[in-house]
Write a protein that binds this ligand. Structure first.
Ligand SMILES: N[C@@H](CCC(=O)N[C@@H](CS)C(=O)NCC(=O)O)C(=O)O
Length: 291
């Protein structure tokens, strides 16, 4: 589940807006195909289409939903909310979640217990795909000249990103930056320990951004690094409260989807290993039956 898409799905659930979901096949670069680039030349998810309106980018989609569905529950911060919450939201929108994800695969020592679907073979495939993304972007730039500027800029970004991320020092400073941010969140949450959500009794866009960030850190296996074991008790309690809530749960991939993601992202060498393993257990099974 991609974090920016996750925020939009959660907002749609909170606002009870009906929609049809189209899952873009990122593993096969469908987000760099011509039809998708027509919707969002940046080749990024999510994109929302309503009639003739095309809205790319989670921030713009969330604003659009607030504006165009005034009858649905508002997710805006109440006017009386602590001013620090608005600046928290601005920081949340800027956090480099994709960079953090790839960094956690390159520097696995900070990771304690990665969750599904980020199991080892999938991490391997994502890293491999990330390594070749800039050269793929350069060839798409040639195939689709109308989008070449933005695709070439993206290619440069990914090259720089890999260079910087190779340094464990850089990655450590990224984690430290996130830790500082979460420490600020901890202070705010500790002040409002009696309310269900960060700005009172109703879910807001800050909760959605924060909840999706915490969920991503959790599936990457970074919760021990940041909040469990008494490191940030108010944050831990907040995340535990969000996780089972109905609207949040409705946005999570089902077990079948997760298994499909894992299978599609598992290199064939691993698959051969799994097949060989099941074949040998079948033989053992039939030998036992004969006895
Ligand atoms: N600013 C955009 C960022 C979206 C974004 O980075 N999406 C990621 C998935 S969470 C993506 O599409 N990555 C593919 C790529 O950048 O090539 C937003 O808020 O929606």
């Amino acid at each position: 589940m991609r974090t920016h898409t996750h925020t939009v799905l959660w907002a749609l659930a909170e606002k009870d807006i009906q929609f049809t979901k189209y899952e873009v096949d990122v593993a096969n670069d469908e987000h760099f195909s011509e039809w998708f680039l027509e919707l969002n030349p940046r080749g990024e998810l999510p994109v929302l289409q309503k009639g003739l309106m095309i809205v790319p980018g989670s921030g713009r989609i969330l604003d659009f939903l607030e504006e165009k569905f005034p009858a649905s529950k508002s997710l805006r911060l109440p006017l009386t909310a602590d001013k620090k919450l608005a600046s928290l939201k601005t920081t949340l929108d800027k956090l480099p979640i994709g960079v953090l994800t790839v960094g956690s695969f390159l520097h696995p020592n900070s990771v304690v217990s990665p969750k599904s679907p980020f199991v080892q073979p999938v991490r391997y495939t994502i890293l491999e795909r990330d390594e070749s993304v800039s050269s793929r972007l350069r060839s798409y730039a040639e195939s689709f000249p109308a989008f070449s500027n933005v695709l070439l800029k993206k290619a440069e970004f990914h090259e720089r990103k890999r260079e910087v991320l190779a340094s464990s020092q850089y990655y450590a400073s990224l984690l430290a930056g996130i830790d500082d941010f979460l420490a600020e969140v901890e202070t705010l949450l500790a002040k409002v320990s009696t309310t269900e959500w960060i700005a009172g009794d109703s879910c807001t866009l800050v909760d959605i951004g924060l909840g999706c960030l915490l969920y991503r850190l959790y599936v990457l296996g970074l919760e021990d690094r940041f909040w469990t074991g008494g490191k940030k008790p108010a944050l831990e309690k907040y995340f535990r409260r969000i996780l089972p809530s109905d609207n949040f749960q409705s946005t999570l991939p089902t077990k079948t989807t997760l298994l499909k993601t894992i299978w599609l992202n598992t290199p064939s060498t691993y698959k051969a290993g799994i097949a060989a393993f099941s074949f040998s257990s079948m033989i053992i099974g039939s030998t036992l039956l004969k006895r």
